[in-house]
Design a protein around this ligand. Structure first.
Ligand SMILES: C[S@@+](CC[C@H](N)C(=O)[O-])C[C@H]1O[C@@H](n2cnc3c(N)ncnc32)[C@H](O)[C@@H]1O
Length: 253
């Protein structure tokens, strides 16, 4: 039996078994936490999350670029791309309740009102023509995508030759003295915070499980390389709990 989109899983591990409708769960879950998503981000990261998106945007964007922000959520990476000089940013997300929040936030940012557009779209079936964007970016999304290679193939398809990709994602910390503290934060503190603030405890129980199932930074580099990208930067942030990858689709000779 597959889970209904907003079913709280008794055991988030079950979402990673064959036949589980993880994509449906992810869509429903992010839709239901949309209203509290920004506040949770700020509390979970001590406000650092904006700095990571700024770094990714600055590594990705050249002035005048057309960018797609995949899994845009409430739009913060799109706005960072606008601040970095993009002339157009298309934000796409499967969780439709995120989109009005992103549009509302754009209204408070005069530059973003002109340059951003937010709509429904799935990373594995982007509603964009081939070779139509200069940059593809995504923050804290890819560990949620069951067919990640399909999403990377879509990034390749929509990027122009010479286009760039920037990705941020939470990763497992390498063994070391700080790992037990990071684990305690993600597995104990964040789920309780999530239940109290978003009213959706299962979402924040799913988070550490999804990180455990996701690639290490080295594995993600290898995945991008297999897809044809040249990885130009792989950087660890926040004591190794966040990975930033920047890659290039080779230009035509
Ligand atoms: C943790 S949030 C990140 C939102 C935003 N990128 C940010 O930096 O705050 C993950 C987002 O990815 C979206 N998402 C998950 N799977 C997706 C997919 N296959 N295609 C597009 N969006 C997806 C979710 O709906 C959710 O809004």
């Amino acid at each position: 039996m597959t889970a209904q989109p907003t079913d709280p899983p008794r055991d988030p591990e079950a979402l990673f078994e064959a036949e589980a409708d993880r994509a449906g769960y992810v869509r429903g879950m992010f839709g239901s936490i949309a209203g509290r998503y920004d506040l949770m981000n700020t509390l979970m990261t001590g406000g650092r999350h904006h700095a990571w998106r700024r770094l990714a945007a600055e590594a990705l964007v050249a002035p005048g670029d057309r960018i797609v922000d995949v899994g845009c959520g409430t739009g913060d990476l799109s706005f960072a791309c606008v601040n970095a000089g993009a002339s157009e940013v298309i934000g796409l997300d499967v969780a439709v309740p995120m989109l009005p929040i992103a549009r509302q936030k754009a209204l408070d940012r005069p530059e973003a009102t002109r340059t951003t557009g937010f709509g429904a779209g799935d990373a594995t079936r982007l509603p964009l023509p081939d070779e139509s964007v200069d940059g593809w970016c995504s923050a804290f999304v890819v560990r949620n995508i069951p067919d990640l290679d399909a999403a990377i193939a879509e990034a390749w398809r929509v990027l122009k030759p010479g286009g760039r990709l920037a990705n941020l994602e939470i990763t497992k910390m390498k063994p070391g003295p700080l790992r037990p503290f990071a684990r305690f934060h993600f597995t104990r503190v964040v789920p309780v915070m999530g239940r109290l603030i978003s009213g959706h405890g299962s979402a924040y129980k799913y988070l550490p499980v999804s990180v455990d199932h996701f690639d290490t930074p080295e594995e993600f580099t290898a995945r991008l390389t297999r897809a044809g990208f040249n990885v130009t930067r792989a950087r660890s942030l926040m004591l190794g709990t966040i990975a930033m990858h920047v890659a290039e689709k080779p230009p035509l000779n």
